[in-house]
Write a protein that binds this ligand. Structure first.
Ligand SMILES: [Zn+2]
Length: 243
């Protein structure tokens, strides 16, 4: 691991037990070099604790005890403005704007190692390992639909549902028609951690998109189908079991 110094963090330190969440990002920039420069430039006012190159090289930019500036205005479960309660990990990827590519094996291997360490050190719950889009759906779409949440969940990093593809296929593209179903879906999203209500329509649509980007990647349109519904219900049960 190589260290660079980013000055983009709060002046006061935080305690170990205030760290509850891991937030995964992509850099969305042309190159690794450009990303490091930006994350360490005092003018950019953004940073993260770690940056992982496509080859799996890990850079430490900000110490865990410092509040790095990566989440912005955000919400997850009972937590708001998550910089203070989270660790930010940036993955080098050009992102949707400059040519979104699959995350490489070596990069994901390093990410897995870092996450396992953090989970152990700070007792981070599975449901609190999230993507930037999960916590700020109005503004962010990273790490995006190519990020392999299902594989990470097999390593006990983040949540995933229990259903096999064959079963899910039956529910694919069946529209949700009743108000009851919609209300239940929102309740399930809230249980998982998503901060949305049915009353704020644009937030609801973008939150559904964030959910789909992560758990229902073939359909990213903001309109939940029955497959979304049963996945959300399964995940909400898991979240409730592990509050
Ligand atoms: Zn981000």
């Amino acid at each position: 691991m190589e260290s660079f110094y980013s000055p983009n963090f709060n002046s006061t330190k935080r305690s170990k037990n205030s760290i509850k969440i891991i937030i995964i990002h992509y850099t969305g920039m042309q190159s690794e070099r450009e990303s490091i420069i930006r994350l360490c430039n005092p003018k950019s006012k953004v940073s993260s604790h770690f940056l992982i190159s496509q080859n799996g090289k890990v850079y430490r930019l900000v110490q865990d005890s410092q509040i790095a500036w990566h989440a912005g205005k955000s919400c997850w479960g009972k937590y708001k403005n998550l910089n203070k309660s989270s660790i930010g990990i940036e993955l080098v990827n050009k992102g949707h704007q400059f040519g979104y590519t699959n995350f490489r094996k070596k990069q994901l291997l390093s990410l897995t190692k870092i996450c396992k360490n953090l989970i152990k050190k700070y007792k981070i719950k599975k449901k609190n390992i999230v993507g930037h889009s999960d916590i700020a759906p109005l503004r962010k779409i990273d790490p995006g639909e190519k990020f392999p949440w299902e594989n990470l969940a097999k390593e006990n990093i983040g949540i995933w549902h229990d259903y096999k593809l064959n079963l899910l296929k039956k529910f694919r593209k069946i529209k949700i028609s009743t108000k009851q179903e919609r209300t239940k879906f929102v309740r399930n999203l809230n249980d998982i951690g998503y901060c949305c209500s049915i009353k704020k329509k644009s937030l609801f649509i973008k939150t559904v998109k964030a959910f789909q980007r992560r758990f229902r990647r073939e359909l990213i349109n903001g309109l939940p189908d029955k497959e979304c519904l049963i996945i959300a219900e399964n995940l909400s049960k898991k979240a409730i079991k592990n509050p």
